[in-house]
Every structure is written in C-alpha cells, then in structure tokens.
Design a protein around this ligand. Structure first.
Ligand code: PMM
Length: 283
C-alpha cells in the first residue's frame, strides 16, 4: 500500500488584531493552536514567524527568533513533528536546536547564502520551494512563457546546487511555491501538471491553502471568498493532489484535509484492486 499524503498544519506566529496583547499572548495562542491542529490529525506542524503574503515586508532576525523558537520548543516537547518556515539560516539553526526536524525554506536557499551550507552540515529534512524574490517584489517576477517548464527548470537548478553542496537527495522535498511570483492561471497550470514535478524524483509538497487563486475562484462563482471561507476549496485541492500521490499538503484547516486524504487513499487502494470481484447481478 502506498503511503498516504501527510497533512502539515500551519502555525503562524505573526501579529494579528490581538497583537497588542504582547509577545506572550501571541505565543500562547500559537502553542494552543498547534495543539488543536495536532488533535485534528496534523502529521507535522509548520511554524513560521515571518509573513510571506504578497507585498509583505521582512521582519528582523531578532523578532523572527523571538517569535518562533519558544513555540517550537513547546510544541516539540508536546511530541509534535516540527517544521519551521524560515528563509534564515540562523532561525533554522536555532529551531533545529529547539526540536524542529524539518526546515521549510520558501526561497529554496536563495534568500540566505548560509542556508545551503547549514543543510549540508545537518541531517534534517529540507523543503525547497520555487521562488523568484521577496514578497514585496515577487509580483514583478510573475511572468512566464511556459510556467511548468520554467518552474521545473528553476527547481532543477536549485536541486543541483543543493546536492552539489553534499546534501543527501533523500532529505530534500520540493514545492512549486503556489502564489510565489505566480498568478492564478500559473497555479492551476502547475497543479494540472504535477507529473512534471514528481518527475524530478523528490517528494512533493503542495501549499494551496486559503490562497488568493482559490478566493478568485469562489468570488467568480459568487461564493464567499475571504481567506477563512477558502477551507472547503482547499480540502478539494488536497483530495485531488493526494489522489495524485503527493507527499504532503500544507494547510491552515487540518480536519478537512485529513478527511480529503482519507477519501483519496480509499480511491487509490480501490484502483489497485480488480474492477470486478466476480459477483454477478449484485447491485
Ligand atoms: N506558502 C506560504 C508560506 N509557506 N511553504 C511552503 N512549503 N509552500 C507554500 O506554498 C507556502 C509556504 C504562504 O502562506 P500563508 O501566509 O498562507 O501561511
């Protein structure tokens, strides 16, 4: 039986409308949220202290460390498998010391020249996303002649650099970076051609959760389209990519994607069985 798709639950330790409650309040909320996602069936928690939404500005290193490390420590102590969403080698290093075993780098090692040497010297799992620039400028780079060919080609280039540094290919997961220097049509095209990504020979992670292209789809259909109303569409994407056999999905709402993975897995196991059990006339 092929292994099922894993569900990575997102824990963002970034200021929200309650942020004037202070750092501890944010951290307590993040830790409680992580525990909630685990109870819903998350296989991995992805903890991040820097927003990468389009247009976002960078946070300082000190701020990112202060946001992320205590939350990693608390949730690792609770027994969770921890991924840290960071582009900074120093945050990655501190998080690994605090119990993380995955580093999820949306820049694929491009934002910090110290990241690839850190990966080469360590033994953690590294997620390499397709990336063309920081959030404040990425929209300018969303121009493609052949989005699938270019994303695959650029990921191949990153993989070559990472493997040349001495990283075991088994430790590397790839991600097309939906929404990162890509418009809605680009994202759909990448999802429609997952084969081109899996052909690179690495495990594939997909992060479609609550993204703008799903909002656009719902909006065009006259449905509610704010980010919190995108979870059903997100779960539908999970079902489709899990049926395709991707390694993992990164989602904000875990329960719907856990069910979607169950559906895809049932379908996949039935696909491996004969179409008839020899019963005749049974409805
Ligand atoms: N998307 C966001 C943040 N981190 N990591 C990976 N590997 N893949 C993604 O698609 C991805 C990511 C943006 O998401 P958020 O601000 O909605 O959490």
């Amino acid at each position: 039986m092929t292994p099922r798709t894993l569900v990575m639950g997102v824990v963002n330790v970034t200021p929200d409308s309650f942020s004037d409650g202070g750092q501890w309040f944010e951290q307590d909320v993040a830790i409680a949220h992580g525990r909630h996602l685990l109870a819903q069936g998350a296989d991995i928690l992805d903890i991040g202290g820097e927003s990468t939404r389009p247009g976002a500005e960078r946070v300082s290193l000190a701020e990112e460390l202060q946001r992320v490390v205590p939350v990693v420590e608390a949730l690792a102590a609770a027994g969770a498998v921890i991924s840290v969403d960071t582009m900074r080698a120093e945050v990655a290093s501190a998080s690994l010391g605090a119990g993380a075993t995955f580093i999820n780098d949306v820049s694929g090692g491009l934002a910090d020249p110290q990241m690839v040497p850190l990966v080469a010297a360590g033994d953690f799992t590294y997620v390499v996303s397709h990336w063309r620039g920081h959030s404040d400028v990425m929209a300018e780079h969303a121009t493609y002649g052949d989005v699938v060919g270019e994303v695959v080609g650029e990921l191949r280039g990153r993989l070559a650099a990472i493997l040349a540094a001495g990283v075991d290919p088994e430790r590397v997961i790839i991600d097309p970076g939906l929404g990162f220097a890509k418009d809605g049509a680009d994202n759909w095209r990448l999802l429609a051609h997952l084969d081109a990504l899996t052909a690179l020979g690495h495990r594939v992670l997909i992060g479609a959760s609550r993204k703008r292209f799903l909002g656009q789809l719902l909006d065009d259909a006259g449905a509610e389209s704010l980010p919190v109303f995108r979870d059903r569409a997100t779960a539908a994407v999970t079902a489709l990519v899990a049926a395709h056999g991707v390694w993992g999905v990164r989602v904000h709402e875990v329960a719907g994607s856990v069910d979607a993975v169950r559906v895809a897995q049932a379908l996949r196991s039935a696909e491996n069985e004969p179409s008839s059990e020899g019963r005749e006339g049974t409805p």
